[in-house]
Design a protein around this ligand. Structure first.
Ligand SMILES: [Zn+2]
Length: 69
């Protein structure tokens, strides 16, 4: 029996990085959450991605401010 929410780390990584550009479907979100609950590596990757995207956002806001001056 193959459970639909058991995805590989590679699929999980694709969802995690896809989440930065687009809204995941409810099914994808559940799948991802299930994987993050059982995986030790992907939550770390998730945190790194969030930090990175926040840093990118800050940088973008900063450079836009600079342009207005
Ligand atoms: Zn994983």
């Amino acid at each position: 029996m193959k459970l639909p929410f058991l995805i590989s780390c590679r699929q999980s990584a694709r969802l995690l990085s896809g989440r930065l550009d687009r809204r995941l479907s409810p099914a994808e979100r559940v799948t991802l959450r299930m994987h993050l609950a059982i995986c030790k590596v992907c939550p770390v990757f998730d945190r790194q991605l969030r930090l990175m995207s926040r840093a990118m956002g800050t940088w973008r806001a900063y450079s836009e401010q600079e342009r207005e001056r």
